[in-house]
Ligand binder design. Structure first.
Ligand code: ADP
Ligand code: K
Ligand code: ZN
Length: 433
């Protein structure tokens, strides 16, 4: 099933024609309505779009960054009349002032379409009962998935996050077939489900629609095995309106971008130069239809690549690879570049330990060191020092061979590391303390 088949299977040429027309529209719209963009479009000579003749002319336009959102907090980037704004969301703001996202009625309508596409691509049908275990509130994830699922015709349970026993009760009693959550919460819930001890046959769960943080293939497999479900990944962010920007189809070979609403580019982070198809770099996105808060060339800081080849599912919109990290969470330890997802991938494939871990980075005498705390799950090892030491050394050796970095592994008892109900925060960088 393809939710908006006519649009999602358009030939490449037609997608590009729509994008060019909409790009010209959004440039003029920003020039006319947002002081920051008016100034920048004036400075670069694009003005109200006079210089945009083809899609690649987008490169004349300066990037927009997270700082622009902060500097214009809360409503400086709003392009519509406030009387036409019907909803305000905001990011968590863990690294400063929150980022606001504002929506007109039309924006909400398009947003739901985009989320419904992603849900449909992930296997959801109107027969499904979907439990939304994202935290409801300012966060775009919960309400975004909520209205998208409803638009698709699925039955929505606005469970919100937390209260694990009640989550499990609803899963069992209400015949829930699909769960929406962050991968870390899904993993947590799947463990709690095993522990609760009811047979799998008490549950009807078959799908996981996960997003909002990276989910490696190995983590996905772990969640799938625990729950006995199929998981799809989807991607988005507050600055671009929330989830629905891209999502997995049944092929799970890259997440299809909603290319009629978002124009993606990949750039070299250092030079800002546009990169070609398949090249790895930072994702930059321009919104093509948003009215409340349009964004020109937003630097997402997410590292990925784009694939424009036809997909076996029939959709023609390009596919974005799972993010390989962010330009700002890349750890540089003793000069070695490390992405936390690399470490996770290694740990998750080692038996006897749980997929729960914490990274601590410290600095002494100008030397960085990385300590990794991991939980042992094989209880029979706990009293055997020799076995534990052997396990620890094997993990350290594996990490060193793959990362090229000597690390210190500390094994801890089962269930002693923090469990995250929202986005996991597994990195503690103490170098500048
Ligand atoms: P969200 O509502 O999706 O959590 P935020 O604005 O809080 O949006 O955070 C956006 C960031 O979250 C993205 O820039 C990206 O780094 C990360 N993110 C969101 N979804 C995914 C995903 N499916 N895979 C990897 N990272 C993701
Ligand atoms: K996120
Ligand atoms: Zn596909």
């Amino acid at each position: 099933m393809i939710f908006q088949k006519d649009i999602e299977t358009l030939p490449r040429k037609e997608i590009e024609a729509i994008q060019l027309e909409r790009l010209k529209w959004v440039v003029k719209y920003c020039y006319d309505n947002v002081p920051l963009y008016h100034q920048r479009l004036t400075d670069c000579g694009v003005l109200d779009g006079a210089k945009i003749k083809q899609l690649s002319d987008i490169e004349y336009i300066p990037f927009t960054t997270k700082d622009d959102f902060r500097d214009n907090y809360p409503f400086g980037l709003v392009a519509s009349d406030m009387k036409d704004i019907v909803r305000i969301h905001a990011s968590s703001g863990t690294t400063g002032k929150p980022t606001t996202g504002v929506y007109t009625k039309e924006d909400l309508d398009i947003w739901s379409d985009c989320v419904a596409r992603v849900a449909c691509a992930g296997g959801v049908t109107p027969d499904d009962i979907i439990q939304i275990s994202f935290g409801y509130g300012l966060f775009t994830g919960a309400l975004g998935l909520h209205y998208g699922m409803e638009k698709l015709g699925a039955t929505v349970i606005p469970a919100s996050s937390g209260n694990t026993q009640k989550q499990l009760m609803m899963l069992r009693d209400w015949g829930v077939t699909g769960i929406v959550a962050t991968p870390s919460y899904a993993l947590y819930l799947s463990e709690a489900m095993k522990e609760a001890g009811y047979p799998l046959s008490d549950y009807s769960l078959r799908l996981g629609i996960l997003g909002s943080e990276p989910c490696t293939v190995s983590m996905r497999e772990q969640i799938e095995n625990n729950f006995n479900i199929r998981v799809s990944d989807n991607y988005g962010m507050t600055e671009l309106g929330g989830p629905g920007v891209s999502g997995d189809c049944e092929a799970r070979d890259g997440m299809h971008f909603a290319e009629d609403h978002f124009l993606p580019e990949i750039i070299d982070t250092d030079t800002g130069k546009r990169l070609g198809e398949g090249e790895v770099g930072e994702l930059v996105v321009t919104t093509l239809t948003r009215k409340g808060m349009p964004v020109l060339r937003y630097r997402t800081k997410d590292i990925t690549k784009l694939d424009y080849q036809p997909c076996s599912c029939g959709r023609t919109h390009c596919r974005m690879a799972k993010t390989m990290g962010r330009t700002d969470d890349m750890l540089i330890i003793k000069g070695v570049n490390v992405f936390p997802t690399q470490i996770e991938n290694i740990l998750i494939n080692i038996p006897d330990i749980a997929p729960h871990y914490m990274l601590y980075i410290t600095r002494q005498n100008y030397r960085d060191s990385l300590e990794i705390k991991v939980e042992v799950i094989n209880e029979s090892l706990l009293d055997n020092y020799k076995m534990l030491d052997g396990l620890k050394k094997r993990i350290e050796a594996k990490l060193q061979s793959i990362l090229g970095l000597r690390t210190k592994v500390t094994l801890v008892a089962p269930k002693t590391l923090e469990r995250f109900q929202g986005k996991a925060k597994r990195i503690v960088d103490l170098r500048n303390e």
